[in-house]
Design a protein around this ligand. Structure first.
Ligand SMILES: *[C@@H]1O[C@H](CO)[C@@H](O)[C@H](O)[C@H]1NC(C)=O
Ligand SMILES: *[C@@H]1O[C@H](CO)[C@@H](O)[C@H](O)[C@H]1NC(C)=O
Ligand SMILES: *[C@@H]1O[C@H](CO)[C@@H](O)[C@H](O)[C@H]1NC(C)=O
Ligand SMILES: *[C@@H]1O[C@H](CO)[C@@H](O)[C@H](O)[C@H]1NC(C)=O
Length: 402
């Protein structure tokens, strides 16, 4: 589990819990060491080393003391004296960070007003699952309720012909579009067709497809708001995706509560593999018209889409795994690799082949994505670049194996 899921919403700098007691214990240790040093026992083998751990602990303590203690006093003798200049450099970088956080905090308050404007249209479908299966009813109902929490920032579109779900979805403010008829009704919906229908229905800066078993948190808003500030989103093609967090114990989740979702992710969740991409959120200029009619719910389309965007479609692809919790409600029956076991499991593979596409699936893994996001100390989403890639990530590989 990545650490960000335990973030508190407060913007303050992290503090060391139980600082006071910790500080006392630390002082005692330091004092004993110093005394033994003066008494000439200094070079015993059990002498505490000036390790990186020691220095980091001293620094944490220094920050937690919030100006009350000096580095020179906290640093154990065996780490040698801290120069005044070093100490003032550290102090400057801390106050600089606090300033930065203050400014971004003010901007965040402005962003909150942006939150009330429809900014992203999210679509999904449960085409394969009529409401017969008890566990899936909880999953899909959770999803409908959960995403609706982010209105009016999000516009929601469910593709369904199922009157049971249509009623529930509409009662939570979703729009519903009938699923197009596939050949013999067994083919799942075509991703680009759903995207294009949603684009005709709503005008927003961003459009996204997310699998129907994924629960979202306010990370949805913070990621989109941050990326919207960094890029000219009306012109730049962006696609962001990431890894999901699998949770088996989802029946106890309150889908209306960020806190409950993050708690379950922390307590029961595990980050799933980098080839399972369950959400794709793009700017409105993303060229859906150039995407082959791959279907959702069957293997291959996710990695192909990401690889294609990275390698051929002049799109800024961003891996948001570290800043975007996508909680996957994993059911007993399936949920993991479910698409592989369906009838027509090779639909997408055949489609690509028929179109003479040699798909580069590996190039579409999240670990191959050049840009990735992280949360700053001020709890703001920022972008950094990966520098290490396996050879499999290259776009121009001849024939990658799956
Ligand atoms: C869907 O979830 C809501 C909120 O958690 C709950 O009130 C409602 O009874 C659920 N409906 C179904 C059909 O499970
Ligand atoms: C869904 O309903 C529409 C009409 O509302 C119909 O045209 C379409 O064939 C139906 N799709 C499926 C998969 O049954
Ligand atoms: C790629 O996209 C950028 C903007 O995102 C644009 O300025 C540039 O002209 C595009 N390049 C090509 C070859 O389409
Ligand atoms: C789910 O929660 C129950 C108790 O609420 C616990 O006994 C069980 O081990 C949990 N299962 C998983 C997979 O975490």
């Amino acid at each position: 589990m990545s650490k960000h899921h335990v973030r508190s919403s407060s913007q303050s700098l992290p503090t060391v819990p139980g600082t006071k007691i910790y500080y006392l214990v630390f002082l005692v240790i330091v004092t004993v060491l110093n005394i033994s040093f003066f008494l000439g026992f200094g070079n015993y083998t059990y002498h505490v080393q000036c390790s990186t751990d020691t220095i980091v602990e001293v620094l944490s303590l220094y920050i937690a003391k919030n100006g009350e203690a000096t580095l020179r006093n906290l640093m154990p003798q065996q780490c040698s004296a801290t120069g005044d200049e070093t100490e003032s450099k550290l102090k400057n970088s801390i106050t600089g960070l606090i300033d930065t956080c203050r400014i971004t905090q003010r901007e965040t308050e402005v962003d909150l007003r942006v939150k009330s404007k429809p900014t992203v249209t999210l679509i999904t479908t449960f085409a394969d699952h009529l409401h017969a299966d008890g566990e899936k009813i909880i999953v899909h109902n959770n999803t409908l309720v959960n995403w609706a929490k982010f209105r009016p920032f999000v516009k929601l579109v469910l593709f369904s012909n199922d009157t049971f779900w249509i009623k529930i979805a509409k009662s939570h403010g979703w729009d519903v579009i009938p699923v197009a008829d596939g050949n013999d009704g067994k083919k799942p919906p075509v991703l680009k067709e759903m995207m294009q229908s949603a684009m005709n229905l709503h005008k927003t800066q961003w459009y996204g497809y997310i699998n129907a078993d994924i629960l979202l948190t306010s990370d949805l808003i913070s990621n989109i708001v941050s990326l919207s500030k960094k890029y000219d989103v009306s012109k730049t093609r962006i696609l962001f995706t990431g890894r999901r967090t699998n949770v088996n114990n989802f029946t106890t989740i309150d889908p209306t509560s960020d806190k409950s979702i993050r708690y379950h992710a922390n307590r029961f969740g595990s980050l799933y593999t980098e080839d399972a991409e369950d959400f794709f959120i793009t700017t409105k200029t993303f060229p859906w018209d150039k995407i082959l009619p791959v279907v959702i719910g069957r293997p291959g389309y996710d990695n192909w889409l990401v690889g294609e965007s990275r390698c051929k479609l002049n799109t800024t692809v961003i891996d948001v795994t570290e800043t975007f919790l996508a909680l996957h409600q994993t059911t007993l029956k399936g949920g993991n690799s479910e698409g592989h076991f369906h009838e027509g499991g090779d639909y997408n593979i055949k489609l690509l082949k028929k179109n003479d596409v040699v798909p580069n699936f590996l190039a579409g893994l999240t670990d191959c994505i050049y840009f990735k996001t992280y949360y700053t100390f001020c709890d703001i989403v920022e972008i950094s670049q990966r520098h290490e890639f396996g050879p499999a990530c290259a776009c121009n590989k001849a024939k990658p194996k799956r």
